[in-house]
Design a protein around this ligand. Structure first.
Ligand SMILES: CC(C)(COP(=O)(O)OP(=O)(O)OC[C@H]1O[C@@H](n2cnc3c(N)ncnc32)[C@H](O)[C@@H]1OP(=O)(O)O)[C@@H](O)C(=O)NCCC(=O)NCCS
Length: 170
């Protein structure tokens, strides 16, 4: 399996992967909108036998803390073709993405997700760091952050804001 940046020619297969993984088009539509609007996104695919079998997207998230903006990333969405799930593809996408973001000196990554899944990659409850979600109704244990640059994140707390394209999805 190869993890690599999404290419323009992958768009159709990425759409299919997300539609199948989530059982509908909402997340695939979101990915299409962000691809058009967000130049700072990090979009990776997992390729097996020449086909896209998984996809992960990271987009900028801003925490305004003490009057200054700290920009990290939000992990969402991520999908793996149903028949290829539970074979380590999702984990490889998360790890590869976090490695790239560490190299790019991204200070943090937030995620809304399964509390049993993400801690293995270094995510912990965001509430432990005083980082709040912009959305009501997210279970506290599902709202997580991976602190990548401890120095840059020292004393940083507040609400984390995703791009506007995410509003309406939750
Ligand atoms: C979540 C997802 C991307 C994980 O990809 P994957 O390739 O199956 O993940 P991996 O094989 O690396 O890891 C499997 C582990 O993920 C966890 N996991 C996967 N789906 C889970 C779920 N729905 N609930 C809880 N844990 C889950 C399990 O702990 C599993 O470990 P196990 O096989 O030992 O039980 C994939 O299951 C998927 O596409 N799901 C549908 C879309 C989705 O919910 N995306 C995440 C929200 S953005």
């Amino acid at each position: 399996m190869l993890i690599r940046p999404e290419r323009p020619s992958d768009a159709g297969q990425v759409r299919e992967v997300n539609t199948l993984a989530f059982g509908g088009p909402l997340e695939a539509d979101l990915v299409d909108r962000l691809r058009d609007n967000c130049a700072d996104a990090l979009s990776l695919v997992a390729e097996q036998d020449g086909a896209v079998v998984g996809h992960i997207l990271f987009t900028p998230v801003t925490i305004t803390s003490g009057g200054r903006d700290v920009v990290g990333m939000g992990l969402a969405p991520m999908g793996v073709r149903p028949e290829r799930q539970r074979q380590g593809i999702g984990s490889a996408l998360v790890r590869h993405g976090l490695d790239l973001l560490r190299e790019r000196r991204c200070p943090f990554v937030v995620v809304v997700g399964h509390p049993e899944y993400y801690p293995r990659f270094g995510f912990a409850r965001a509430s432990l760091h005083g980082i709040r979600s912009q959305w009501d109704g997210i279970a506290e244990d599902a709202w997580m952050v991976a602190i990548i640059d401890r120095q840059a994140m020292a004393g940083v707390s507040g609400m984390a804001s995703y791009r506007d394209e995410f509003n309406g999805l939750t």
